[in-house]
Design a protein around this ligand. Sequence first.
Ligand code: GLY
Length: 386
Amino acid sequence: MARTTDVVFAGGGVIGLAGAWEAAQRGLSVRVVDPAPGRGAAWVAAGMLAPVTEVSFGEDELAHLFAAAAARWPGFASRLEAATGWDTGFRACGSVAVALDASDRAEIDQILEFHHRLGLDASRLTPSECRALVPALSPSVRGGAMMPGDHQVDNRAFLLALIDGCVRAGVELNRDRVVSVSLDHAGSAAGVVTDGGEIFLAGSVVLAAGVDTPRVGGLPEGVVPPVRPVKGHVVRLHAGAREAAFPHPVRGLVHGRHCYLVPRADGSVVVGATSEERGYDTTVQAGAVHSLLDDARLLVPALDEWELVECIAGLRPGSPDNAPFVGPTAVPRLAVATGHYRNGFLLTPLTAESLAAYLATGTVPPPLDAFPADRHLPAARAGSEP
Ligand code: GLY
């Protein structure tokens, strides 16, 4: 029988792996159970770290949370890189938002105003200033804005670094699927049960299974917060021998549609992403790929010559208010970390540090404490016992 650990994470996506790594840094013994660690939604993602451009107007509280999350990135990336020797591809490079028509430009002006209201740096760009920053942009671009606070990480390098970091820190990785939480006679979480019937006992259980979190069984009704799958298609292109003229990520507004192009050091670019309510469906659909490519090549015509290397779709865990669920549940010794929606990578360091603090002290620290994990559940507030 496997040894009992201080904590077991059900789910080894970016949130579960980072939480596990951070908890191990604090001296806890940790296990992660996932059939394919790092291969869920986070593997599909582009790794944009955009605290403002991923929120809607009026979501000021969320924007403040995201700005706090962004501030954690440089320290977290450098600690992980120092611990593993990996280059995670974290780049404090700023992004360039560009507009293709007058109404797109008006929307960029609103995004600029939102930045300024939040006290964040961002400046308007003329069409020629846009092209000076990203020479491959189409001459049809009508203007844009520089967002110095929008950064990026290479999602796949970061995930591989996290797995390596976990292994080096003594985290046990079990390639199994969690089907239920095991409760003790008092109704507290005591471990997880896998599809192979194995039980991994632990002092605390963290459900960090993204969109699959509500599918984990063994729990009373009203314990797991509501998350829903929001499908995102992404395509990856490679410049081949051509010059990869993408010094900054580009966020495009294309006749009212949103699109982003995130450059990688290896000469590739990640183009994303659709947002579709289609349940648990990850099939890659021709229409979605067509519209992503269509928008991307309107922004950067040279992409027509690039090699199409991957078309993929993943499921973001959406929450009713677009904020994550991180912290205790009504079941003692059971916590959750899910609902990160479009900001899984942005929120990863903050979530990991908050989870580790909660596991060590029983309290979720600010600013995530303002978003209790039971806020959309009818039952009474969750206990704080880790
Ligand atoms: N954060 C980008 C996306 O979810 O598509």
